[in-house]
Design a protein around this ligand. Structure first.
Ligand code: G3P
Length: 214
C-alpha cells in the first residue's frame, strides 16, 4: 500500500520523511489555509522534502480556470499532481490533462459511479472520502470495496487513493479492501507504530537483560 501524508505543515512532513515510509503528500485548500502561507510556497517546499507525488488542488470551478491553475501548479515541480473536484468541469479538465500526460487526482468522491467517471476520464488517482461517509452513517470502507471491484472488472488503471482516514482501523480496512494508496494525517501515520503490548514487551526485554547483566 502506498502511504501519502495528508498535510500542508512542512514540519510534519520533514519528521515523517525520516521514517522512510512516506511515498507522497496530499493537500487541499483547507490544509493549505491552516499553514497561513501561499499554496505555491507550501507545494514548492514540500517538493524539496518528499520525492514523490504531491497533490495540489485547483480552486476554479470552470474548465478554463482549472486548466490555467493546473499549468501554474504543474510548473512548480514534475512531481505535482493536479487535484480536481468531482464535477462535470473537473472531469472534463481531468480528461484534457490526461491527454497532456499531467497527473491528476479527482477528489471529494462519495459514490462508486463518481469513481467510474474519474476512471473513464483517465484520472491518475480517485480520492474517496472514507471518514466523511462514516460521519453520516454511510459505509466508507464499503465504497472502497465497490470501487475496487468496478475498477478490476474493467481493468481501469486509476489508483484508489483512500482519503479522509481518521484512525489506524481505517488504514487496515482500506488495505483489506484493496485501496492502492492511503493518505492520512501525521497523527494517524504516527499512531500506526503504536501497540501497548509492543511497548510492554520492549520494557520487559530491557529490564530482563539489565537484571541478567548484574
Ligand atoms: O484529503 C482529504 C482529507 O484531507 C479530508 O479529510 O478529515 O477533512 O474528512 P477530513
Amino acid at each position: 500500500m502506498i502511504f501519502f501524508l495528508d498535510t500542508g505543515i512542512v514540519e510534519e512532513i520533514r519528521t515523517a520523511s525520516e521514517w522512510g515510509i512516506v511515498d507522497g503528500v496530499t493537500t487541499n485548500p483547507s490544509l493549505i489555509a491552516k499553514t497561513g502561507r501561499s499554496q505555491r510556497d507550501v507545494i514548492k517546499e514540500i517538493t524539496t522534502i518528499i520525492d514523490g507525488p504531491i497533490s495540489a488542488e485547483v480552486l476554479s470551478m470552470d474548465v478554463k480556470g482549472m486548466l490555467r491553475e493546473a499549468e501554474e501548479l504543474a510548473s512548480i515541480h514534475p512531481n505535482v499532481v493536479i487535484k480536481l473536484p468531482m464535477t462535470e468541469q473537473g472531469i472534463s479538465a481531468c480528461k484534457i490533462l490526461a491527454g497532456q500526460k499531467i497527473k491528476t487526482n479527482v477528489t471529494l468522491c462519495f459514490s462508486p459511479v463518481q469513481a467510474l467517471l474519474a476512471a473513464k476520464a483517465q484520472a491518475t488517482y480517485i480520492s474517496p472520502f472514507v471518514g466523511r461517509l462514516d460521519d453520516v452513517s454511510q459505509d466508507g470502507i464499503g465504497l472502497i470495496r465497490e470501487i475496487r471491484a468496478i475498477f478490476d472488472n474493467y481493468g481501469f488503471e486509476t489508483q484508489i487513493l483512500a482519503a479522509s482516514i481518521r484512525h489506524p482501523m481505517h488504514v487496515r480496512d482500506c488495505a483489506l479492501a484493496g485501496a492502492d494508496v492511503g493518505t492520512m494525517p501525521f497523527s494517524v501515520m504516527k499512531s500506526l507504530y503504536r501497540h501497548p503490548l509492543t511497548d510492554k514487551g520492549l520494557t520487559q526485554f530491557l529490564e530482563d537483560f539489565n537484571k541478567a547483566k548484574k
